[in-house]
Write a protein that binds this ligand. Structure first.
Ligand code: HOZ
Length: 438
């Protein structure tokens, strides 16, 4: 038994599913997850000393790769002065100013500890501001695990077939309306019928939690038009996309103007940080300025703020995002060429350094089409990749990420590994998909 297997066996006696967050339990792909010991740049090593090229990057935050020296240095310098005070700090203001200058629509913002807290608070402030209770989300969209948002949800919900979580009171779930992503006509119909009762609509402007799905222009345009017309607050959930596609939000690239933006992941440089913010008018509802309560003992934690500041400072490097785009294109083109040569139909949805490989020949543009991907092939492909030393998210409905440390050599090496993994997947298909154990 490997050390990882041994640790997982013990962990299962302590944590539900042996993990602190469901997707990482490998339930959808089978087998036992490697326990990670350390990371450096684009690589990680498990406790059995297996090396992997990391395309998970902690589900997105490590856009600079693991252990960026500047980020580490600033974390250490800040920690030496004290780890937490439960009081305002200068570094918190510094990160706040950086975020606001990159997201001009976030006139006022508040730091929290996770993306979940950010979206949960964004919904609460929307309800406080409008006096309405109903909210709208999109099928396959995932915005963390607050009760109102675990309805037709993506990510782990989609992975494990529990998009509507148990434990969410029916009365609350009923207040969450859902529509298919990328369907402007469905939006028009809903808003015409009941737009005036909806407090807010929350959307991933580029979806990442049903796998990556890039929006049609008309969808986002219609969403903005309808919400504005009906006094519904529009929330852009940029937890995944914030600072991933450009220095700031994907909202800049898509000319999308939400009322509230939620952030997480990259702004914390790998430490737990989230943020929500919008116009001063909406945010004046937030306590202590207004009656909408939201708080956190560790919110704005100086060490986490330092990680964010150092990360954003590094992301200001000119040409960094065009380099990431180039790497993303190289990887996607290479994967397309390999799958064509082996006759395995795939669809790659990609924006910059974030992508998903779907095992289907049809375009993937919403949850319905994403769910048609052949997850049995994904499972086989995933396992073969792991054997090759490629660490992918253990779910069809997550995104691969690249970092600035995935250089040309690493992309080339990865493509060779992907080729071997897909070659063995082809053999397995030719043999009629024999059972390969858990
Ligand atoms: N899809 C999740 C975040 N966007 C993955 C992280 C998790 O659930 O552990």
């Amino acid at each position: 038994m490997s050390r990882s297997e041994e640790l997982f066996r013990k962990s299962r006696q302590i944590f539900p599913g042996g993990v602190s967050s469901p997707v990482r339990a490998f339930k959808a792909v089978g087998g036992s997850p490697p326990f990670i010991d350390r990371g450096e740049g684009c690589r990680i090593w498990d406790v059995d000393q297996n090396e992997y090229i990391d395309f998970v990057l902690s589900y997105g935050p490590h856009i600079l790769g693991h252990n960026d020296p500047n980020v580490l240095q600033f974390i250490c310098d800040t920690a030496k002065k004290g780890i937490s005070f439960g009081a305002p700090t200068e570094v918190e203001l510094q990160l706040g100013e950086m975020v606001r200058s990159a997201f001009p629509l976030m006139e006022r913002l508040r730091f929290v500890n996770s993306g979940t807290e950010a979206t949960m608070s964004a919904i609460r402030v929307s309800r406080a501001h409008t006096g309405r209770t109903r909210i709208l989300k999109f099928e396959g969209g995932y915005h963390g695990h607050a009760d109102s948002l675990l309805v037709k949800s993506g990510s782990g919900g989609a992975t494990f077939g529990v998009p509507d979580s148990a434990g969410v009171p029916e009365v609350l779930a009923r207040e969450t309306l859902t529509l298919p992503y990328n369907n402007p006509q469905a939006l028009r119909d809903l808003f015409q019928r009941e737009g005036d009762t909806i407090a807010c609509a929350i959307v991933e402007p580029v979806a990442g939690n049903m796998g990556v799905i890039v929006p049609d222009d008309e969808f986002l345009r219609e969403l903005r038009t309808q919400t504005e017309h009906h006094g519904t607050i529009l929330i852009a959930d940029e937890v995944m996309t914030g600072f991933r596609q450009t220095y700031g939000g994907v909202q800049i690239l898509l000319a999308f103007e939400p009322d509230i933006t939620t952030l997480g992941k990259i702004i914390g440089g790998g430490l737990p940080v989230g943020a929500y913010g919008g116009s001063a008018d909406i945010m004046k509802n937030v306590s202590p300025d207004g009656p909408m309560y939201q708080a956190g003992t560790l919110s704005g934690n100086p060490v986490a703020m330092a990680a964010g500041v150092a990360t954003l400072q590094r992301l200001k490097t000119p040409a960094l995002y065009s380099l990431l785009e180039e790497k993303g294109r190289m990887l996607a083109d290479g994967l397309h060429a390999i799958s064509r040569s082996l006759g395995i139909p795939i669809r790659i949805n990609r924006m910059g350094s974030m992508m998903t490989v779907f095992f289907t020949s049809e375009p993937v543009k919403d949850w319905q089409s994403a769910s048609k991907s052949d997850t049995e092939i994904f499972r086989k492909f995933f396992k073969e990749c792991l054997l090759e030393g490629i660490y992918l998210p253990p779910s069809q409905f997550e995104a691969f990420f690249l970092s600035t440390r995935h250089d040309d050599g690493v992309i080339k090496e990865s493509l060779e590994k992907f080729h071997r993994a897909l070659y063995r997947t082809r053999e397995w298909l030719d043999q009629g998909r024999p059972e390969t154990g858990n």
